[in-house]
Design a protein. Structure first.
Length: 488
């Protein structure tokens, strides 16, 4: 069992009832409990939250039982809550950390186990490595009939845990609402005449935009706003192919913007007034422009290596530093804290902000985007053109290819052994192997080939000056990885 539980870029994810079982979840919880005890943190308690997936509340309750069995207080959420709301609760309650049962944007058959450190951020690699070591020691010789019991997992009956006040039910939303009211002019937003459509994608963000923005002239219509663990017709990932309904409704109802949050609401997707999707790079750059130009703030920008070069250009224009990290917000957050960064983000559509927890927040990102629209009086498409007038046009796409584990080493060997001098008639000016293989080209485009940290996928990314050039580079990326013979 130990080799089945590995934490990727943001937690452990697996298919429900196959590997994601109550036994394995309790083993993970016991490992976290041991980490807290070994590091003198157990007396501060832990926040436990969950999303809207199948049996998420039951898996979270199982985690609470284990914490109580280890004499660690569990602050268990009353209902599904967004990951950023739970992360903020870790910080506001001064807890030792947080555990969130969520598989974020993965398909409905998946669930996951995220661990947040005491500052509310995704736990850094050294902490996760120690937790994985505890998991390994707990699963050395398990009994197939009672894995968790054989592994030495300690549990306390829920009723006894409540009586002994080792489990406390909490609602993290009110403190979160109060906090973000100090970051965004919510009263000003409520009194805008904007027509907004929100797609909560059946996820943990259900009702949040409505609750925050109600009470003024602004109109918010929510779709996919009921709990449905099967996520009918979609994967809960706010990218173009999953937002066709939102795009259509924005046009039909003459809305100014569509906002979509993923399964645990730590990511945002934006649909413009024409029903067109703004990709994650465009949104990231627009949010940075909002802070730099509209709010007049200054501070570092932190981006992953899969993020747009528009950010580097904005850094040059406004004289602010731009730092680059490997993929995963667990790498972004430490740099944000160290540099007191203004904003940090990644290609997946997750953005974090100064003055908040160092974690992605799709709800706050959506509110900031609305504030950008309100303060400038521009539609999303007009904002994009304004951005391009400063940094030039940039286009991006990504291709995901399923790959068997046995073939992974072959792809790595192939890429290591044949670094090209040119790609699609443009000279390769730099090769970065920090996280995969990124080729920077003389025409300022780039191509990246890397493995997903959460799924059995090879991801191929590209950004260039035209959509045609992006498509060309993606096809060449497949060829470089040995996954397509089609030439550039």
């Amino acid at each position: 069992m130990a080799n089945q539980i590995r934490f990727g870029t943001d937690g452990w994810r697996a298919i429900i009832a196959e590997d994601f079982t109550f036994d394995n979840v309790r083993i993970c919880a016991q490992a976290v409990a041991q980490y807290l005890k070994q590091n003198g943190l157990s007396d501060r308690g832990l926040v436990i939250g969950y999303d809207t997936r199948f049996a998420s509340e039951d898996f979270a309750a199982a985690v609470a039982e284990v914490m109580a069995g280890n004499d660690i207080k569990a602050r268990l959420c009353l209902k599904p809550a967004p990951t950023p709301v739970i992360s903020f609760a870790v910080s506001s309650t001064k807890s030792a950390g947080g555990i969130i049962i969520t598989a974020s944007h993965n398909p409905a058959s998946w669930s996951g186990f995220k661990y947040k450190s005491q500052d509310g951020a995704s736990a850094p690699g050294e902490i996760i490595s120690r937790i994985e070591t505890y998991i390994s020691s707990l699963t050395k010789a398990p009994s197939p009939k009672s894995i968790a019991a054989e592994a030495g997992v300690r549990r306390l009956d829920p009723e006894d845990a409540l009586k002994e006040k080792l489990v406390e039910y909490v609602d993290p939303a009110p403190d979160y609402f109060s906090h973000i009211g100090g970051l965004v002019d919510l009263e000003g937003l409520r009194n805008q005449t904007l027509n907004i459509i929100v797609d909560s994608m059946y996820g943990a963000g259900i009702g949040y935009f409505n609750t925050i923005l109600q009470g003024g002239s602004l109109t918010v219509t929510e779709i996919n706003g009921e709990r449905n663990p099967s996520f009918p017709g979609i994967n809960p990932e706010p990218i173009a192919k999953n937002l066709s309904k939102l795009s259509r409704l924005v046009v039909e109802r003459k809305a100014q913007v569509g906002l979509a949050t993923d399964g645990d609401a730590d990511r945002i997707g934006i649909i413009d007034e024409r029903g067109e999707f703004l990709n994650q790079h465009q949104v990231f750059a627009l949010l940075c422009l909002y802070f730099l130009e509209v709010r007049g703030e200054r501070g570092a920008i932190v981006k992953t290596l899969t993020s747009t070069t528009m950010l580097s250009r904005l850094g040059e224009i406004y004289d602010v530093p731009v730092y680059e990290t490997p993929v995963g917000f667990k790498y972004v957050a430490p740099v944000m804290m160290e540099k007191n960064a203004m904003v940090g983000g990644e290609e997946s559509g997750g953005y974090g902000f100064r003055g908040h927890v160092p974690e992605r927040d799709g709800i706050l990102a959506g509110l900031y985007f609305l504030d950008l629209m309100a303060r400038t009086g521009k539609t999303p498409s007009q904002l994009l053109q304004h951005l391009y007038s400063k940094v030039g046009p940039h286009y991006y796409d990504r291709t995901d290819l399923h790959i068997e584990a046995a073939k992974r080493d072959n792809v790595v060997k192939r890429l290591n052994s044949s670094v090209p001098d040119t790609i699609c008639d443009s000279k390769v000016t730099a090769v970065d192997t920090t996280d995969g293989f990124r080729f920077s080209l003389a025409d300022e485009s780039w191509l990246l080939i890397r493995f997903s940290g959460t799924e059995p996928l090879v991801r191929i990314y590209s950004e260039a000056e035209s959509p045609e050039r992006v498509s060309e580079l993606l096809e060449h990326g497949k060829k470089l990885a040995g996954l397509s013979s089609r030439p550039c």
